[in-house]
Write a protein that binds this ligand. Sequence first.
Ligand SMILES: [Mg+2]
Length: 102
Amino acid sequence: MIKLPQYVFTKAISKWGRTAQMLKTAEECNELARAILRKLNGYSELDNLVEEIVDVEIMLQQLKFMLTEDEPVFPAMYEQFTREKLLSLRVKLEETGTGHKK
Ligand SMILES: [Mg+2]
């Protein structure tokens, strides 16, 4: 993933505001969910899915930038959740069975 320069985030937040950028993040996540479903159902091509992945990655970088500025505890909390989620994933991968509910 290409890491965007922070001045881009600063300018975007200054131009549109934090609330609008958070709403945009939610909107882009929704567009990605739709693109995944359309790809799985055969209604769209790969380029649409890739475009929405990029949109979400950009907005997530910006969201993390804002939260790091606004919430001093955010970086440590983010790291802690990442460690816990990765550990949980490793445990699930070690479990027997397919992991699919019947
Ligand atoms: Mg989009």
